[in-house]
Design a protein around this ligand. Structure first.
Ligand SMILES: [Cu+2]
Length: 295
């Protein structure tokens, strides 16, 4: 298994549910390949069998056998099994069975032309309240400075980090146009639509390259404007200890601390202009964003 997935160049697989996604892709492509070859052979047969030189008079009876109908019914059954047996359960787990508990890693991904802002709730695990009216150059996601829950929130630019082996819930939102947060190795993506927010979840099962010190690219999967192609971000799946160290490094320590410049120690991937800038907006925030994904 996996031959066709390798041929079409699927990115590395790094999430738990992703195995089922890849299995479905593989099976669907095999079914389509069989159909393509079968129908192509049938077309060639029809060209020859019903060529003018073989049939000087039109046939007014048409097809009399039932073979094609049986084949069609077979195709419908296979497709129904794929849909009901694989696709629905997979989709249902993504949209219904959101993980709960202390162990879940939560973050927000806010798209804008042309970058991703990742809002982390800090050590307390609670997001500060956000308010669109508070968005400015320093406070890029509009964290309310009066909300105590947001005091340790921080925001990174194009730099998404998650620990291996824990469930992750990402809230996807947009500040301007429709973007799409596409995490290829996680086999997850979701549109970011202005005026609304959505949740997606997954469990990373594999460190990003070089033991989590290098990244996989995150792309915007909706054509969002002239800078769309440059709207890349960086996904690090780290060990738990590396992730905690990164949180310690980025979460503002003392309440009401002045917005300190971002810590430059974070490894800068060879990404050119778009390299992640951790904690681009360590604005103070607040609020009870106990923002449950359950819709
Ligand atoms: Cu975009």
């Amino acid at each position: 298994m996996g031959i066709l997935n390798r041929m079409i160049g699927m990115p590395v697989l790094a999430s738990e549910h992703g195995e089922l996604v890849d299995l479905m892709l593989e099976v669907v492509h095999w079914v389509m390949l069989v159909l393509l070859v079968g129908w192509s052979l049938f077309l060639v047969y029809v060209w020859i069998r019903f060529h003018n030189s073989n049939n000087e008079r039109a046939n007014y009876h048409g097809v009399t056998g039932h073979a094609t109908m049986h084949i069609e019914i077979g195709v419908v059954i296979v497709e129904a099994v794929l849909l009901i047996g694989f696709a629905y359960p997979l989709w249902s787990a993504r949209v219904d069975d959101f993980p709960t508990g202390e162990d879940v890693v939560r973050l927000r991904a806010v798209g804008e032309k042309f970058q991703w802002n990742f809002h982390y709730p800090g050590k307390d695990g609670k997001f500060g309240l956000i308010d669109h009216d508070l968005i400015n150059g320093q406070n890029v996601v509009g964290i309310d400075p009066d909300d105590p829950n947001g005091k340790d929130d921080f925001v990174t630019r194009n730099d998404m980090r998650i620990p291996i082996g824990r469930n992750v819930i990402v809230e996807v939102a947009s500040k301007d146009v429709i973007h799409n947060l596409a995490l290829g190795p996680m086999r997850m993506s979701h549109d970011a639509i202005p005026g609304d927010h959505f949740h997606m979840w997954f469990k990373p099962t594999r460190l990003s390259p070089k033991g989590g010190t290098e990244y996989w690219e995150i792309i915007c999967a909706q054509l969002c404007g002239p800078g769309h192609a440059a709207m890349k971000a960086y996904l690090y799946v780290q060990t738990e200890s590396d992730f905690q160290a990164w949180l310690d490094e980025n979460a503002p320590a003392a309440p009401a601390a002045p917005a300190a410049p971002a810590d430059p120690a974070a490894p800068a991937p060879a990404g050119g202009d778009n390299a992640p800038a951790p904690a681009a907006a360590k604005a103070k925030a607040s609020g009870d964003a106990a923002d449950s994904p359950a819709a």
